[in-house]
Ligand binder design. Structure first.
Ligand SMILES: Nc1ncnc2c1ncn2[C@@H]1O[C@H](COP(=O)(O)OP(=O)(O)OP(=O)(O)O)[C@@H](O)[C@H]1O
Ligand SMILES: [Mg+2]
Length: 243
């Protein structure tokens, strides 16, 4: 059975075609990167999959089930989690409370939500900051808290929208390490949008490239860096020559 299948997704915003007949498949256990220039339609595609947008046409199936047009809480219940490009961590709440918001997608019991949130924070090495208010913390910790909140919804497929943006080299490496652990230890399939090429090239087993709403390439990182269309649309000659 195909794990995640996206078939001919089209999404327009008042005549602007943000996703134009995008199709691809993801296998269970994979780490897949989604790259492309600003405005290529990456976040829109995520939103069409998780149900923040209803695609104008096309289909999304997850583990053989048609989930097209499902609401976010419904795709979440099916096992799909996501983080947000613009962080939706709620200021005024502590780190622990933020992660509990995620856990409440699965339980209505406060003590269970608290225990699960605490466990995830320990896994991410954030137990020391759990009583801090989110907006008091450095961006790298805020990003991890966003990741923790998504993990608290217990996804088996986790979609990450620029989880490393704004982080320095060392912090980015930590995120890469964390993603690898989520994939190997927790068996979570990862689908990530990223602009930091070193990061996405090293962590992804396969890449999908969007440009102008269309999928222009798909393949192994080593193939993608040499792909003429991808170089022209996104990577630039300089990057291709230095790799
Ligand atoms: N809710 C919306 N309403 C109107 N237009 C939108 C909306 N969301 C996205 N768009 C437009 O759709 C196109 C694709 O945007 P999208 O955010 O998906 O790109 P992206 O690849 O995620 O870019 P970035 O790398 O900058 O995050 C852009 O032209 C954007 O302006
Ligand atoms: Mg985006």
């Amino acid at each position: 059975m195909i794990y995640l299948e996206v078939i001919n997704i089209v999404k327009e915003f008042g005549g602007l075609v943000a996703n134009n007949n995008v199709s691809f498949q993801i296998e269970q256990g994979e780490i897949i990167g989604l790259i492309g220039p600003n405005g290529a339609g990456k976040t829109t595609l995520f939103n069409c999959i998780v149900g923040f947008h209803k695609p104008d046409s096309g289909k999304v199936t997850f583990k053989g089930k048609d989930i097209t047009g499902f609401k976010p809480f419904e795709t979440n219940r099916e096992g799909i989690g996501r983080t947000f490009q613009i962080m939706k961590v709620t200021t005024g709440m502590t780190v622990l409370e933020n992660v509990m918001v995620g856990a409440f997608c699965r339980t209505d019991k406060r003590n269970i939500a608290r225990a699960e949130a605490s466990e995830i924070l320990s896994f991410l090495g954030l137990e020391g900051v759990k009583e801090y208010h989110i907006n008091e913390l450095p961006i790298a910790i805020q990003r991890k808290a966003g990741l923790a909140r998504a993990l608290a919804t217990k996804p088996e497929l986790l979609m990450l929208d620029e989880v490393a943006s704004g982080l320095n080299h060392k912090e980015t490496e930590e995120v890469v390490e964390l993603l690898r652990r989520l994939n190997t230890e927790k068996k979570i399939t990862l689908f990530l949008i990223e602009h930091i090429m070193e990061m996405v090239m090293s962590v992804s087993q396969r890449l999908i490239v969007l440009d102008g709403g269309e999928k222009i390439a798909e393949g192994l990182p080593g193939e993608i860096v040499k792909n003429e269309n991808v170089i022209k649309a996104y990577l630039g000659e300089k990057y291709a020559k230095s790799h």
